[in-house]
Design a protein around this ligand. Structure first.
Ligand code: BES
Ligand code: ZN
Length: 447
């Protein structure tokens, strides 16, 4: 009840257009006004500034911020500067990743083969131009290849049982100079060799039908020669960054400090071609705003404000961060609040997502806060598409804050500043701030 009062007091002070509180609340509000206004939590909630979040989103979302590009570097510099302007010591954590450029040209021609082929590239396939006889190498397991000499040949390999990478390395070890993979079920897939490897030879991926037709063809013409051409593919090491600002416990009595850590996170990178105003400049700006308003207040628990790089490439920044925590730190982190896509006008309502679809400390804190602020708990469901995942996998209570359903502009050039709602930013930031304050200042309430 106390925080319900706070919300209305805050709304009244800020002059927000909220529906008038029902009579009982209004009575409480009036009779407790002085107490409410002197309350530090109230002041913090009041000082959350939607304009400031909006402006930071605007700055960040001028361009896409693809991991490893100059635009990501500029975003990192901006975030660091903002944290520092609030008085934080900030750490920039670099990590490397494999950046793959897909080929611009893929060609496959087979002697006397008249069916039109549509060969696809596999991620991490190398460039090159090779010509050789096509040999059916089955599934490409070591045991399938024992009696085969593939020197100078192009191996035809069916998908299944072992990975594309293993098949590739097995036939290359037997002398193959190129590989034609084909699917083992109808439909198209995005094939990947998993990671770059020096032992790779040029390769393509065909559909099941194309592959089976090819098998019949080489049965009919056993010495059929194929030419395989991949141009423009390259794998490079690239570097992305996480930005970390830490607020140490700062209660007056040291004995009151906990050894716990609460992590508030978002990702600052975007996909190519999308300015990523909502995904996820919104979460980044909210993380900054929480850091700003929390700076001055006493907390007995450490809070880390982190923006991750390379989320869009497979949660790389958060995975690197969690993998490089000590066992001690992992056991001290009691909660990860991950903010991703928290400000779109065109998305649905706020939802929490956990990896195991179960409640945890984060969902409980958020539901307590949303009930106090808005009269109902934010619902949760299952989801594993953001940076809360590595935390959850390390056994840390973690949840994603996101609006559901997502806006139609998700990962599109239209994910721009004009689609951002200050009301949504304000709403989510209030819930997260109150939830974090409840966890990191709990004993201030228990008088
Ligand atoms: N913000 C999205 C995740 C998202 C989008 C969750 C819509 C729920 C609804 C995130 O940046 C993203 O795009 N994630 C990837 C997965 C990740 C493992 C690379 C995705 O969802 O494709
Ligand atoms: Zn995202």
């Amino acid at each position: 009840m106390k925080n319900t009062i706070i919300k209305f007091a805050v709304a009244a002070i800020l002059g927000l257009s909220v529906i008038a509180p029902i009579a009982t609340f209004a009575t409480h509000y009036t009779s407790n006004q002085e107490e409410v206004e002197s309350n530090i939590e109230t002041k913090i909630l009041q000082s959350l500034n939607a304009d400031s979040m909006y402006n930071n989103i605007k700055t960040l979302a001028k361009t896409p911020r693809v991991a490893g590009t100059q635009q990501e570097d500029a975003a990192v510099a901006f975030i660091k500067k903002q944290f520092e302007s609030y008085g934080y010591k900030t750490k920039v954590q670099a990590f490397t990743f494999n950046d793959y450029t897909a080929p611009h040209t893929i060609g496959l021609e087979v002697e006397r083969f008249s069916v039109k082929l549509d060969p696809q590239a596999l991620e991490y396939s190398v460039s090159g131009k090779v010509t050789g006889e096509v040999i059916d190498a089955g599934l490409g397991q070591k045991k399938d290849l024992e009696q085969m000499d593939l020197t100078g040949k192009i191996a035809l390999l069916q998908r299944g049982v072992i990975s594309f990478k293993e098949k590739m390395l097995n036939v290359a070890a037997k002398g193959a100079i190129g590989v034609i993979f084909f699917n083992n079920e109808p439909g198209n897939i995005m094939g990947s060799l998993g990671e770059p490897h020096e032992g790779f030879v040029p390769s393509v991926l065909l559909t099941q039908t194309e592959g089976e037709t090819m098998i019949s063809h080489i049965k009919k013409y056993p010495r059929a020669v194929a030419s395989l051409k991949i141009e423009g593919a390259k794998s490079e090491k690239n570097t992305s960054h996480n930005v970390i600002a830490t607020k140490k416990p700062n209660v007056s009595k040291k004995a009151k400090e906990t050894h716990d850590i609460v992590v508030i996170s978002a990702h600052h990178d975007s996909v190519a071609g999308a300015p990523g105003a909502n995904d996820d400049a919104s979460g980044t700006a909210m993380t900054l705003e929480l850091a700003r308003v929390m700076k001055a207040i006493p907390t007995h628990t450490e809070i880390r404000f982190i923006t991750f790089g390379a989320e869009e490439l497979g949660l790389l920044g958060s995975t690197h961060y969690v993998e490089h925590l000590s066992k001690g730190e992992i056991s001290r982190i009691v909660a990860n609040f991950n903010l991703d896509m928290v400000g779109s006008k065109d998305a649905g309502d706020l939802i929490l997502q956990t990896v195991d679809n179960k409640p945890n400390l984060v969902t409980e804190l958020a539901q307590e806060a949303s009930t106090d602020l808005n009269g109902e708990p934010t619902p949760y469901n299952q989801g594993e598409n953001s940076d809360h995942v590595p935390f959850a996998k390390a056994g840390i209570p973690a949840a994603l804050f996101i609006h559901n359903p997502a806006e139609p502009w998700y990962h599109k050039p239209e994910d721009s500043i004009d689609k951002i709602s200050k009301e949504k930013l304000k709403d989510v930031s209030e819930i997260v701030t109150l939830a974090v304050m409840n966890q990191t200042r709990r004993e201030y309430y228990a008088k």
